[in-house]
Ligand binder design. Structure first.
Ligand SMILES: [Zn+2]
Length: 457
């Protein structure tokens, strides 16, 4: 038998095996070539079939698909911890609105680097950055540079805001611009990163009250013509429906349908305040959801009816949301919180299981962002985004079911190594392409300087 070529062979590993709804771990090896998984199977069979350029010994640890965070605002890493435990408007004025106008290229780059490092350390290999802080020209470029430098798979969801004023605000939004102008920026960035397999784009109209009807329609047309996802905050609070009733004479989801935004490429973020009509429209249009339970709890927004949406077959993914309202980028914590919050909401221990939230963080997350054919599973043909999980730690011993252990007891200490696109970005808990100490030191001093300057204004 002739041996096949591979760039890398991960040997002496374990993968999940499922039987009667419970998971166990079985021996495996994974062959990788061109950033993709070529084959997964028993060590002897896969090992014998390939001549790899390199081998990597997983030392008996568990390989899982990298987690997918479908909603965050990484620039907010610089607002972490500000305005906590204050009423909503005081939190907003003391955190996001305080620092956002001061952001520059260096601040955004460092915030995104720190956020991505935290995400990678906790097993996230793909994240969607809903970048609405476009307070200066080309600020989104700093996000892309950081994605590229740290090695994560990044989706830049370019924020759009085109109203003259937010409701009740006397001043124009600091990040506002006509949609046509923002789309030119998107075009420019897409051509810059064309051919980079780790970088892709979405459109992110902020929220119904930050957009004109024409702007929303234009964004949706562009996204459909260019095969892009449109993602938007939806029904996080009752403000959306109050605004839509006044402006459009109907509820928000119905207004989005009428404007033409509620298409099959729509990723709705939050969906806390749902009524029967919303469930029907989501089902009808195949809407996907990004559920952000930690942020919803921190801001007291409520518990989205995720368990009910799941039973209707609506794809649910998970997001951390920005560090101003989370205050971490840790998807393991989000998985646990998602399961617990549904149990509380429905007073039912079976409302949402570890297995279901793990699926939301992996394969369903991929479907939600239209990357289901590329990521979310360890299977041949998929991109080699793999986390190496070490469950031989005090917090996960004994381990009867690896997914229950990870979701309910897991933490950063269980994420040992991380591959993105077949490349090691963390090995034995150390970054391979980032000088961690240097980035953290620069981020601390830059954030401190911005904060002092904002306070002095
Ligand atoms: Zn958000």
């Amino acid at each position: 038998m002739t041996s096949k070529n591979a760039d890398l062979l991960i040997e002496n590993a374990k993968i999940l095996a499922e039987k009667d709804g419970a998971f166990s771990m079985v021996d495996a090896a994974v062959a990788i070539g061109g950033g993709r998984i070529l084959e997964v199977g028993k060590s002897q069979e896969v090992g014998g079939a390939y001549t790899p350029l390199k081998t990597w010994n997983a030392k008996g640890k568990l390989l899982l698909p990298g987690f997918i965070n479908t909603h965050c605002h990484l620039f907010q890493v610089f607002m972490r911890g500000l305005g906590k435990d204050l009423p909503f408007m005081d939190w907003m004025n003391g955190s996001v609105r305080l620092l956002m106008p001061m952001l520059d290229d260096e601040a955004v780059y460092l915030a995104v680097m720190v956020g991505c490092m935290e995400a990678l350390r906790t097993g996230t290999t793909t994240l969607v950055d809903f970048m609405y802080a476009n307070v200066k020209p080309k600020l989104s470029d700093a996000v892309l540079r950081a994605f590229d430098d740290c090695g994560i798979r990044g989706v830049l969801a370019r924020g759009l805001t085109d109203v003259d004023r937010f409701p009740g605000s006397p001043t124009p939004p600091s990040s506002g611009a006509p949609v046509a102008q923002s789309l030119e920026d998107v075009e420019r960035m897409r051509s810059l990163y064309q051919g980079n397999p780790r970088i892709s784009f979405m459109l992110a109209p902020s929220v119904i009250w930050a957009m004109t009807r024409e702007g929303l329609a234009e964004a949706s047309r562009y996204a459909l013509a260019n095969d892009m996802v449109v993602t938007m905050h939806l029904l996080e609070t009752s403000d959306d429906d109050a605004f839509s009733q006044e402006k459009y004479g109907m509820r928000t989801t119905r207004a989005l349908e009428e404007i033409g935004v509620l298409e099959t490429n729509f990723l709705a973020v939050h969906t806390v305040r749902l009524e029967k009509e919303d469930f029907d429209l989501f089902e009808q249009y195949g809407t996907r959801i990004s559920h952000n339970p930690v942020a919803n709890m921190i801001l007291g927004s409520g518990a989205a009816p995720i368990s009910k949406l799941t039973r209707l077959g609506i794809p649910i993914s998970l997001g951390t949301d920005g560090a101003a309202s989370n205050d971490s980028q840790n998807l393991i914590e989000v998985m646990k919180s998602a399961a617990l919050l549904q149990k509380v909401r429905y007073r039912d221990t079976a409302a949402l299981s570890a297995k279901e939230v793990f699926s939301m963080a992996t394969d369903q997350g991929a479907v939600a962002i239209e990357m289901g054919d590329q990521i979310g599973e360890i299977s041949p043909g998929k991109r080699a985004d793999i986390v190496v999980v070490d469950l031989e730690k005090p917090n996960t011993t004994p381990c009867y079911d690896p997914i229950s252990s990870l979701v309910y007891s897991g933490s950063e200490q269980n994420i040992s190594s991380v591959f993105v696109e077949g490349a090691l970005v963390i090995e034995d808990r150390a970054f391979t392409r980032v000088d961690e100490k240097d980035i953290l030191r620069r981020a601390q001093s830059k954030a401190q300087a911005l904060y002092q300057a904002a306070k002095a204004e």
